[in-house]
Design a protein around this ligand. Structure first.
Ligand SMILES: NC(=O)C1=CN([C@@H]2O[C@H](COP(=O)(O)OP(=O)(O)OC[C@H]3O[C@@H](n4cnc5c(N)ncnc54)[C@H](O)[C@@H]3O)[C@@H](O)[C@H]2O)[C@H](O)CC1
Ligand SMILES: [K+]
Length: 510
């Protein structure tokens, strides 16, 4: 996985290991801290106007050490800086050295009960990656006072109280306007609510080598084109429509036909060569009034659907959008999986296996490695995996998604404003480009179509799912507020143009 390109996200333990390797290679820890503190000071200069009063709240560990370094630098250039050490003096060698350097500069210390509202900028260097239990006592009180004060906060590494791995607040967390982190972003800075609590995140290079980061990384990435551009299907003259795959889309009943049309149109928009909707006769009639490039085939039940799949040209299948929860839909899933077709399971297809993840795993295993991508939201995920130990009861969202992927053999897209894409091999990508207005009726149908369209063109499952999620967010951003799902497929061409331009530029640079 370390060879996978893309922006690595490092957990706290992996960050500490990167620190250890770097220090062992001859870069002293206080040098890392000096660079970290310098990055904090630079951010503070951007946030605080000349003459602004700055308060630096320093903890006892190395997070506090970064704060002392920043305080000394800002003070040395004439800034009005005070330091509060609510939990007592520094307890680590590097932080102690930074505190002593600050003190020699005749730094002003303030009492823990100082009124934080009197400052123009507060630098939160209380806890960082070393947070190992919920805030309590004086620390909890101070975090709450800070949030209540409305003063702009610059967090060092992570806002105090935020779990850097899971993005969850531990009892409470400081809410920062901006965060300066070091060497690599952390999963908790992209997951919610962590992303909101961090504000704008700046990642400062403090001299930890990229190969060290790749060496300690654990397969968690920020979702971006870097992650999957290499396998993204670029249009080419010899790739005629039959080479770009044919997606078979299972429809719902005659009054529930719009969802699968959104999916089928999205599959074509993202580049699939052909798309066909399979539906009962009445639903076919409804589709016929709406469809042009998308073809229609009659299939009354699971048996008819399975017979359609005898045609190997249907190399990708989308099931679930308004498909109707029940054994019929489960049987269609089984038909597609057993024939080794690339399969997208959304909505009702997932819920048709509610409480039976082992059965789904067996069905997928029968497909002998054909990619299966499931795209649950939290509710569908809980209905499928709710009773599975080691899935629902693990800490971070990406851990739940990876556990589910490992258990079922599917690529799991656990949707939300912080969608996670997870693979059975442990890779996970956290997506952070989805705007709030993407949460509109039918947007999940569009996503399932984007995934199916990319699978039809031969993208591997994890990369197809990650690319689809990113394109989905980018299309919504391109349209803006007022978006409805019918708008999404129409934004895809502009996103593809950008992607292909980036791909061409990257190729030229190689
Ligand atoms: N390569 C890098 O990223 C660098 C990071 N630096 C900074 O170092 C901190 C991590 O420092 P550490 O000493 O491990 O822990 P903290 O300072 O975050 O925590 C201090 C200390 O507090 C104790 N503690 C934990 N939770 C609680 C709690 N709820 N209540 C009370 N006390 C608590 C625990 O014992 C911790 O040790 C990292 O964030 C960066 O800011 C380096 O400066 C440079 C390289
Ligand atoms: K902090």
């Amino acid at each position: 996985m370390a060879s996978q390109s893309g922006e690595h996200l490092l957990r706290a333990a992996q960050m500490a290991e990167a620190d250890r390797i770097t220090i062992a290679s001859g870069v002293p820890g206080h040098e890392l801290m000096a660079r970290a503190g310098s990055g904090v000071a630079a951010a503070a200069r951007r946030m605080a106007a000349p003459g602004a009063r700055i308060l630096v709240i320093c903890g006892t560990g190395n997070n506090g050490g970064d704060g002392y370094v920043a305080a000394r630098l800002l003070q040395a250039e004439g800034r009005d800086v005070a330091v509060m050490a609510p939990l007592g003096p520094a307890t680590t060698a590097d932080a102690g050295r930074a505190a002593a350097d600050w003190a020699h500069g005749r730094g002003a210390a303030v009492a823990i009960d100082a009124d934080v509202a009197g400052y123009d900028l507060v630098i939160d260097a209380l806890f960082g990656a070393g947070l190992n239990r919920p805030l309590d006592g004086a620390a909890l009180d101070l975090a709450r006072r800070l949030n209540a004060s409305g003063r702009p906060v610059l967090a060092v590494d992570v806002p105090s109280g935020l779990n850097a791995d899971s993005g969850q607040a531990m009892a409470a967390s400081v809410r920062a306007a901006a965060t300066v982190t070091f060497a690599a972003r952390k999963p908790g800075q992209l997951l919610l609510p962590g992303r909101l609590l961090c504000g704008d995140v700046t990642c400062v290079d403090i001299g930890i080598a990229p190969e060290t980061i790749a060496r300690v990384a654990g397969g968690i990435f920020r979702n971006s084109p870097d992650l999957w551009q290499a396998s993204f299907p670029a249009p080419s003259l010899e790739a005629h429509k039959y080479r770009r795959g044919h997606v078979l889309c299972g429809s719902g009943g005659p009054l529930s036909t719009g969802a699968i049309r959104l999916a089928a149109r999205s599959a074509l928009r993202v580049g699939a060569g052909l798309a066909t909707v399979a539906a009962g006769l009445d639903a076919c009639r409804a589709h016929a009034a709406h469809l042009t490039a998308i073809m229609i085939r009659e299939a009354e039940g699971a048996g008819d659907f399975a017979r359609l799949l005898d045609d190997a040209r249907f190399n990708a299948v989308i099931l679930g959008p308004a498909g109707g929860v029940g054994p019929e839909l489960a049987a269609r899933v089984e038909a597609a999986a057993r024939r080794g077709r690339a399969l997208v399971m959304d909505a009702d297809a997932i819920s048709s296996f509610a409480g039976a993840p082992e059965r789904l795993a067996a069905v997928i295993a029968a497909g002998e490695g054909a990619p299966v991508v499931m795209t649950p939201h939290d509710g569908e995920f809980a209905r499928l995996f709710g009773d599975v130990a080691g899935v629902m009861d693990v800490g971070a969202k990406y851990e739940r998604a990876v556990a589910a992927a490992r258990m079922t053999g599917a690529i799991v897209v656990l949707k939300g404003a912080d969608t996670v894409i997870a693979a059975p091999d442990g890779r996970a990508a956290i997506n952070d480009n989805a705007p709030p207005w993407l949460g509109t009726a039918g947007s999940g149908d569009v996503l399932s179509g984007l995934v199916g369209g990319l699978l039809a063109q031969g993208m591997p499952g994890f990369e197809a799912a990650a690319a689809a999620v990113w394109i989905h967010g980018a299309a919504a951003q391109a349209f803006g507020p007022g978006l409805i799902s019918e708008d999404l497929p129409e934004q895809v061409p502009a996103v593809l143009r950008r992607l292909l331009r980036q791909g061409a530029q990257a190729g030229a640079a190689r």
